[in-house]
Design a protein around this ligand. Structure first.
Ligand code: NAD
Length: 255
């Protein structure tokens, strides 16, 4: 308890799944949490539950970021953590993919993370005591092994992986104590998988079998890694990739 005491954290996609779990764990560790999402009712409920604040923030929409930036500067006068976690899937193969779907997904999953890094760095540079903070970007195991039925998702998540490293090295070389790391969940029990499971309920077995543990992850198990990366325990961790996948990527597939 108290690992995030005194810190202000902005968590995108905070209304549901991994983001909502992170809001709860961050608050349990003493952070003041700004819950950001486009699902307003659910976001407000999460914010109430963690004694935090809700902001409507479409991560693909720069004016929303500017509004959130101004509100955080005015209300808190500091920002210590940005968890760029909002994301969507498209479930369209390369042959089914249309440009609008590609642009929307890349806008949320990749451009949204880039904008979150920019806003995070601007606010963290103005922190009392100098430029300091932690940026955590949710990627996926799909950053390493493509999902053939979702090239847009795979491309967005591999983009997040290297975007993260570029931000990390830039900040370190600039002399900022601003760290930036990517978090790579495996199949995790959240609403993002609901449409796939509704269409084919037997997919649950495939999701469970993806990990040698034989089970999917729980959102809290992913959020717990974000707590570590947000905390000062990770003070020498930057530009790194953290898998939380139950060993999915550790074994040779099919052997
Ligand atoms: N669940 C998994 O198996 C899994 C695996 C790997 C990576 N991820 C990643 O984890 C992250 C969180 O997903 P989740 O599994 O908790 O799913 P989720 O659907 O429960 O949560 C995603 C949240 O993002 C929000 N969101 C969507 N578009 C947004 C936008 N434009 N602006 C702001 N918020 C927006 C949604 O409203 C939702 O609250 C995503 O980036 C996802 O790609 C999930």
């Amino acid at each position: 308890m108290g690992r995030l005491q005194g810190k202000v954290a902005l968590i995108t996609g905070g209304a549901s799944g991994i983001g909502a779990a992170a809001c709860r764990l961050f608050a349990d560790e003493g952070a003041r949490v700004v819950v950001a999402d486009v699902q307003d009712d659910m976001g407000v409920d999460v914010a109430k539950a963690v004694d935090g604040e809700y902001v409507h923030l479409d991560v693909a929409h720069e004016p929303d970021w500017k509004r959130a930036e101004a509100a955080i500067a005015e209300t808190y006068g500091q920002l210590d953590v940005v968890f760029n976690n909002a994301g969507i899937v498209s479930s369209r193969s390369i042959e089914d993919l249309d440009l609008a779907t590609w642009n929307r997904l890349i806008g949320i999953n990749l451009t949204g993370v880039m904008l979150g890094c920019q806003v995070g760095i601007r606010l963290m540079k103005a922190n009392p005591g100098g430029p300091k903070g932690s940026i955590i970007n949710t990627a996926s195991t799909a950053a390493y092994a493509a999902i053939p039925g979702d090239p847009a998702y795979s491309a967005s998540k591999s983009g997040v992986r290297l975007l993260t490293k570029a931000v990390a090295v830039h900040c370190a070389r600039a002399g900022y104590q601003i760290r930036c790391n990517s978090l790579h969940p495996g199949a995790t029990h959240t609403p993002i998988l609901a449409p796939a499971l509704q269409a084919a309920p037997q997919m649950i077995d495939a999701f469970n079998r993806m990990s040698p543990t034989g089970r999917m992850g729980q959102p809290e198990e992913i959020a717990a890694v974000a707590v570590f990366l947000a905390s000062d325990d990770a003070s020498y961790v930057t530009g790194a990739e953290y898998l939380a996948d139950g060993g999915m990527m550790a074994g040779h597939p099919g052997i």
